[in-house]
Design a protein. Structure first.
Length: 298
């Protein structure tokens, strides 16, 4: 019997449509969650005391996260199609496998960005400008692995833009004393989970000349991840104090810390399947914090 999941829905889609759905990684929703959750934190923190987060904004940002994560994956695969053919885990991606052409991907990218623009135009003017400013990061991030051992840092700057945008969508502008610590916490979080993710491909990356924090940190990975986790937790505490959060919020931050500590302690960086499992479990980290924000507001 088949379970009802996004991956099953992609497999059940018409054959002509499947390469496009796989190109935008619709069958692997973990990345979409990791893009969406910092938006929910910001929207939740911007809610008035005693109130639930704005469900319309949560829905709007959810649609935007699916579209922008899909667009980011399309851009990534267009830049990396030659590299992807040389890595076992990515060789079956639609562009690398030749299931669709570069031109078809470009047209598809245009469609995704057009729909994402429609979502962005539903926000206030400040947020439209702020959201548009992130596009340069989305386009250039895939190139960073050719230039620096810190592409995960650039991914963090890109993936956590919603920590700024969610607040401005509710309030009309950013309260930097809250938004910057929240954004920094998200960047540190990305350095944790994407370094774990990068350890899956480190052998192939060495052969093809691609850089990552996994190759930079090597056997010292757990020490670095512990440092990033501590910086994340301190930043979350700062953001909470600057917007008068209450006990449930700090309880959630403590639960996040415990989850990250367990991830790092039990991580086996030489087992790709364990790296994937730990990476995917970060959805729980984001959801725990969002629950804490909601309960703290109430």
């Amino acid at each position: 019997p088949r379970s009802l999941s996004v991956a099953e829905l992609v497999r059940a889609a018409p054959a002509q449509l499947q390469p496009y759905l796989r190109l935008m990684r619709l069958h692997q929703p973990a990345g979409t969650w990791l893009l969406y959750l910092p938006c929910t934190w910001s929207i939740g923190l911007a809610a008035a005391p005693g109130c639930l987060p704005d469900w319309r904004m949560l829905s709007l940002f959810g649609v935007g996260a699916v579209l922008m994560r899909g667009a980011g994956c399309t851009i990534n695969d267009m830049w990396d199609r030659d590299y992807d053919r040389q890595v076992a885990r990515t060789a079956s991606r639609p562009l690398a496998a030749g299931d669709i052409s570069t031109f078809q991907s470009l047209v598809f990218l245009g469609g995704q960005l057009s729909l994402a623009l429609c979502v962005l135009l539903c926000l206030n003017q400040y947020s439209i400008i702020l959201g548009a400013a992130s596009l340069s990061l989305v386009i250039t991030y895939p190139l960073m692995k050719r230039i620096t051992y810190w592409p995960q840092l650039v991914l963090g700057l890109t993936f956590n833009w919603g920590a700024l945008l969610g607040w401005s969508a509710i309030k009309g502008s950013c309260e930097w004393s809250v938004c910057l610590p929240l954004y920094f916490a998200g960047v540190m979080w990305t350095l944790v989970y994407d370094t774990i993710y990068a350890h899956q491909d480190k052998r192939d990356d060495i052969m093809i000349g691609v850089k990552s924090t996994a190759l930079q940190f090597k056997e010292d990975t757990k020490q670095w991840l512990s440092g990033f986790s501590l910086a994340m937790l301190l930043s979350l505490c700062m953001a909470g104090m600057n917007c008068n959060q209450t006990f449930p919020y700090y309880s959630a931050v403590a639960a996040v810390g415990a989850h990250l500590a367990h991830q790092i302690y039990t991580l086996d960086i030489d087992k790709p399947e364990d790296c994937w499992k730990k990476f995917a479990s970060n959805r729980t980290v984001g959801i725990l914090l969002f629950i804490g924000i909601v309960l703290g507001n109430l």
